[in-house]
Ligand binder design. Sequence first.
Ligand code: PEP
Length: 245
Amino acid sequence: MTNKYMYFIANWKMFGGLNSLNSLNRVINFFNKFKKSKFVKIIYCPPNTLLESMSRKLKKSRIDVGAQNCHEQENYGAFTGSINPIMLKSVGAKYVIIGHSENRKMGETDKLINLKIKSTLKSKLKVIFCIGETLKQKRKRMTKKILDSQIKLGLKKIKNKKDILIAYEPVWSIGTGLVPKNNDLLETVKYIKKKVKNYKVLYGGSVSSNNVNQLKLVHNIDGFLIGGASQNSKKFIDIIKKTYN
Ligand code: PEP
């Protein structure tokens, strides 16, 4: 049983249509009644197509909405297919996930990530900044080196700490069912917190209602970024409940 303040961020990735919003009723009801709700921050990051309708649906709840990425330019411009932070804010987003490994894999560089973080903060949105090593890098014992570099370049010339959440997401753990050993995770989160003081650090990668009892024992984690399991309201609620059990 804990009273720790924790973030539970739902990353829906490229899933969900208008019908999926009905599943939020269950989460809203649960959260309204949940005795530990004052210790919990829930943030839903749906695809951009659902941002506005989801924001409206969650307006009276204490659940926030975020986007999964943005363009690096803060204001309007001739960038076909892109969306800037101001546009995201106008439809209710309060957070933006930046640097997710699925986007890094598509060519997003640390420099670009740094620009995106800056323009997001300038637009008065908060950032969920993802970092993490690949399996190959882990095997070569390069985890700390990779995290150092992602942090150094991603947060270059950024002083604002209170509006950035760091999500440590080992790439080999995302969508695979694999999670780090508790001791390794404790050590890595400790390392990140030593490197960049006063940041909240979340863990992401295959978090589920089956492994959360184990993961919650890693006491320096400030919450979870949840992909697959967050698309199912019951599983998402179970993760929150078990964290506080
Ligand atoms: C993610 O998308 O950031 C993620 C952690 O996904 P999953 O929980 O499915 O591994």
